[in-house]
Design a protein around this ligand. Structure first.
Ligand code: AHR
Length: 497
């Protein structure tokens, strides 16, 4: 199989907002407790955070972390999580039917985010609560001093304000499973009034309105249109969420699911621009894909969780090699819309549908999906480029014209590097790639990283890394023409400088 492409430095899609490599920590399962926080762990620092986990998160260069939910936020009283730890209440947590001890709250999480050099993307509760709790939280976090809530923060030991820039107006409010589920009109009205109050306290913040929980919701598109009718001039982003899975064990169809994501992104852009046209607005609403991943392996196990347990192992998907290919393709899909997609959060970061897993008292380890996420985050900074691709195609149960070659390129002008991310979806054949890179005069291949495996179901486990990348790809450039062999079913990172 052969494929051709042309990459030109002038064909810019747009500057990649680094927040596209964000992630997510929810008070769910063992994400917080036994994940990032385990005071008795040998590697715990003075605040009880696992430094082995911090080290792995730093390898991912995560610039932004969404917190504290997710479904959790729709029943959360943020006041429960601040002040002396000993005084904090235990609550029945209705979204995941567990007990929340509130040992970690806003201030501790902000402190943890600093340790990993990330910003916090804070979600407010628009399920059981509303304008008042949200504006108080902005005052508590962002107001310097001299008011009730800002002085309370200072009395809790945090003299400097947290300066949180990005905020989510609730979570998945279109879903019947959400605590305080609303219609689009109900949510739109609440979101706009909350947005106004939050921005009156701190006009520098940016707000994300809830879009649909996925593209297959019955209310999809109408939901976005109605919510934006209400909120357009007061918010900055509309959110998207999606999770995929290989439930039918149909690999060709599974690897094409990033095309559903392409379609989803395109549809939300179109809907946002329709409201822009209708309102004759000069403002453009951008996209925040603030939950995306593979999630299906743990579904059955989660039905057996004892209600009201504390930090049980929930949503602990163990990812296969094939999952890492789809995660790579999802990253490619998002980079292809770097012009409008400014924030994205891999859901989630530790233990809960996560690239990083921990053993209580033991080591932290990397799942298969860790690698494409890390490669994109570390090497995918700069301008995303339109790439002209001619690839043979196949059809599957739900998709037609699926290119075997899935790819995007990123040009870092400052460091003069070009990175090609590519997935070969072919299940039996090597894909021979010829790329015209003549506009990158003098560039040579410095590295061709490959993630491949004989067994599509191979997983990594505690103390056993079966799926790891190697640097033995054969890409080379001759006279402005790049040739590379992409092994069957592989994720490739070809770096030129
Ligand atoms: O990330 C897990 C859950 O998925 C989140 O809590 C929710 O927003 C979504 O349904």
């Amino acid at each position: 199989v052969t494929a051709k492409m042309t990459i030109d430095k002038e064909y810019k899609i747009g500057q990649i907002d680094e927040r596209i490599y964000g992630s997510f920590i929810e008070h769910l399962g063992r994400a917080v407790y036994e994940g990032i926080y385990e005071p008795d762990h040998p590697s715990a620092d003075e605040q009880g955070f696992r430094t082995d986990v911090i080290e792995l998160v730093k390898q991912l260069r995560v610039p932004l972390v969404r917190y504290p939910g997710g479904n959790f936020v729709s029943g959360y009283n943020w006041e429960d999580g601040v002040g002396p730890v000993g005084d904090r209440p235990r609550r029945l947590e209705l979204a995941w039917r567990t007990t929340e001890t509130n040992q970690i709250g806003t201030n501790e999480f902000v402190a943890w985010a600093k340790k990993i050099n990330a910003e916090v993307n804070m979600a407010v509760n628009l399920g059981t609560r509303g304008i008042d709790a949200a504006r108080n939280l902005v005052e508590y976090c962002n107001h310097p001093s001299g008011s009730y809530w800002s002085d309370l923060r200072i009395s809790h030991g945090y003299k400097d304000s947290h300066k949180i820039k990005t905020w989510c107006l609730g979570n998945e409010m279109d879903g019947h499973w959400q605590i305080g589920h609303k219609t689009a009109d109900e949510y739109g009205r609440l979101a706009v009034e909350t947005a106004k109050a939050m921005k009156w306290i701190d006009p520098t913040i940016e707000l994300v309105a809830c879009g649909s929980s996925n593209r297959h919701m019955a209310t999809f598109a109408e939901w976005e249109a109605t919510v934006l009718e209400h909120t357009y001039e007061h918010v900055d982003y509309i959110s998207l969420h999606t999770y995929y899975g290989n439930r039918d064990n149909d690999l060709g169809n599974y690897l094409a699911q990033s095309m559903d994501m392409d379609h989803f992104i395109y549809s939300v852009i179109s809907t946002a621009d329709y409201i822009k046209a209708k309102k004759r607005s000069k403002k453009t609403i951008n996209l925040s894909f603030d939950e995306w991943n593979v999630w299906f392996h743990s579904n059955e196990a989660d039905k057996k969780i004892e209600p009201w347990s504390i930090a049980p192992p929930q949503l602990e998907d163990i990812y296969t090699f094939e999952d890492s290919l789809l995660v790579g393709s999802m990253l490619i899909s998002m980079l292809k819309r770097a012009d409008r997609l400014k924030i994205a959060c891999l859901a989630q970061l530790v233990n809960v549908i996560a690239p990083i897993m921990t053993e209580k008292g033991g080591e932290a380890w990397k799942q298969t999906i860790f690698y494409p996420y890390m490669h994109a985050s570390v090497f995918g900074r700069g301008n995303a480029l339109h790439t002209i691709v001619a690839s043979p195609k196949y059809d599957s149960k739900d998709f037609t014209d699926i290119p075997y070659l899935d790819t995007v390129s990123v040009h870092d002008e400052e460091n003069e590097t070009l990175t090609i991310f590519a997935v070969n979806r072919h299940q039996t054949d090597v894909l021979s790639l010829d790329a015209d890179v003549r506009s990158f005069e003098g560039y040579k291949v410095i590295e061709h990283i490959v993630l491949e495996n004989k067994d599509v179901k191979a997983t990594n486990q505690y103390n056993r890394s079966n799926v790891t990348p190697h640097n033995n790809g054969n890409a080379q450039v001759d006279n402005g023409l790049l040739n590379a062999h992409l092994p069957k079913l592989s994720w490739n990172v070809i770096r030129l400088a």
